[in-house]
Design a protein around this ligand. Sequence first.
Ligand code: OGA
Ligand code: NI
Length: 389
Amino acid sequence: MSPATVMPEVSRKVDYDSLEIQYLKGVKHLFENGIEHVPKKYILPASDRPNVVNERSHGADNLELPIIDFAELQGPNRSQVLNSLASACENYGFFQLVNHGIPYEITSDMVDVSKRFFELPFSQREKYMSADMGSPVRYGTSYNQTNDSVFCWRDFLKLVCHPLPDALPHWPSSPLDFRKLAVSYAKDVKFLFLTLVDAILESLGLVNKKNTTEEKDEDDDEDENENEEEEILKEFEDGSQLMVLNCYPPCPQPDLTLGMPPHSDYGFLTLLLQDEVKGLQIQHKENWITVEPIPGSFVVNVGDHLEIFSNGRFKSVLHRVLVNSMNYRISVASLHSLPFESTMRPCPKLVSETNPRRYMDTNFASFIEYLNSRDSTKKNFLHSRKLTS
Ligand code: OGA
Ligand code: NI
């Protein structure tokens, strides 16, 4: 990490080809070569930079995200907590989940082993680089490195987690405990996701409580509802899970670039684990709010699929990541949805004459096609699925 080593960019004759190749090695590589200025490739147009003058961020910046206490959800206050959950998904698209029951050791080991993975020599990380979007493991940099005109200040490792027996042999075998720790974590998060989906379906009014069978006439309807709920839950059990380990190295000029550009998450729900370094911001009423890290908690957000499923009631909200000049930041995002080949559509029970269907059917193939063809940041993909009335 010698600050004396300056990138070749400052020399007179710039070899752009070799620079592009350097950039594909990622930002950790740049930082470790002692870079003192952000290369042009990473400099955003002034209007897209963080902290631009027209941002009315004071006050709102300190606004706290709703906190959902998972343990309370399992107790006598379930219905109040379900209301808070619905209101968080409607008004913020985000909440922090505390008391979720996953032991602290599992989450801290996951952050720790991710850190150790990114600390491996580049020659070892490089083995997992792949241009194939369907690869069970993919190491890379920026957001969508084949399409990004401006690169962002992030390196990542993406791990397909389902079906685990197929994917696991492709996961990194170094650090030695990587697979063991990442598997325990992935399984616990999947279970937590399924429990959360159950609560989310109930908060959308799609599940009838099992002990309210007073009115006989409605029994048939209730059976039908329960079947539908069981069906979708079963689909999620066999659903997709993708873990993204993000590494944001310190950046010499954090005002000029972003760790991740504004985007919404494809999928139903994302459960994000972050270390103690701030960086994640969500868009709320035209402001960017910084999410304060709560050790051991999850930041949960509504993805495009849940917005579609809820026919627009729950919001898949734009978020971005800031970088800083002092610290590395590690986060682990777990993205969950239906199996890849399934179709997502607004839940028929949430569509009516007064609330018509707002989105067309969508599936993974249409998303991949979109990703490969266009800029996947901002809510473009979701907007492309909107039905205009
Ligand atoms: C993501 C994401 C936020 C973060 O991986 O989709 O938004 O803080 N990550 O790393
Ligand atoms: Ni995201």
